[in-house]
Write a protein that binds this ligand. Sequence first.
Ligand SMILES: Nc1ncnc2c1ncn2[C@@H]1O[C@H](COP(=O)(O)OP(=O)(O)OP(=O)(O)O)[C@@H](O)[C@H]1O
Ligand SMILES: [Mg+2]
Length: 294
Amino acid sequence: MPFALEARDLVKRYPGVLAVDGVSFGVPDGVCFGLLGPNGAGKTTTVEIIEGVTPATSGEVLYRGEPAGSRFREETGIQFQATALQDYITVRETLDMFRKLYDRRADLDAVIDACSLGDLLDRDNRKLSGGQRQRLFLAVALVNRPRIVFLDEPTTGLDPQARRNFWDLVKRIRKEGTTIILTTHYMDEAQVLCDEIAIMDHGRIIAQGTPDELLRSRYPGLIIEVPQKDVIDDLAALEHRVLDEAGVVEIVASDVSKALADLGPAVRTLNHIKIRQPTLEDLFLDLTGHSLRP
Ligand SMILES: Nc1ncnc2c1ncn2[C@@H]1O[C@H](COP(=O)(O)OP(=O)(O)OP(=O)(O)O)[C@@H](O)[C@H]1O
Ligand SMILES: [Mg+2]
């Protein structure tokens, strides 16, 4: 079966900037696919090429095995990273306006319900909070009953509760079979929502797979954290990295007992160590040298 969506060797060159440098990936139907990467990695440019908003310098986008065309546009919902809402109209009028742009239309009540907008329908767009605006943007992306939805950093700026509520919305539309392309800076978001992720840096994909696959292939075991101030000797025998800002040394340990035995003589005390599971944040840091959050 062809992918729901396939990007083939996408390149975008701006004067003096190679924003996207040969990106290829396929997204199976019904999957939530995450694009992660530091600021300027090329995520938004990549998704905007796929959406047809930005022309590629070269490369090809296929929708269900065919060059992406009018069917793709009709069946796609887009939540842009930065969007303006029209002033002086209400939430209901906004949804109506966007819905009329499509032949394919969702049941508006279902969208309103899914995005918890029932109490806000008569409110002027200007008076929405950040989280309410994000919910409206998502609703706008759903008004044509899309089979594929693009969400570009949908939860940036939301408080922790609003982010979790938004995740529930995304999970719900994913469960209904909608394919989702999500860009995010939040590793917990990627871990919770994405079936598969691609990490981008400098316009290229540098790692791709399910979150578990990626973590297992890079980290065969656990991570031991030691306060930097407790380290009194050379740790060269152990695979480690120093996080100066946090004042912590992290050791990747496939065999924790052995690592602790090796570590013992090199530290003042083992009393302050922490042993934890590796996360996408670790992977991101290792691969890009950047923290996941900007
Ligand atoms: N219209 C443009 N003209 C010139 N350069 C651009 C343009 N749009 C993006 N770029 C450059 O392309 C690169 C990739 O930008 P892009 O917006 O795709 O990054 P991103 O991964 O989405 O970053 P962020 O996490 O900050 O949203 C950056 O260096 C950016 O400055
Ligand atoms: Mg972006």
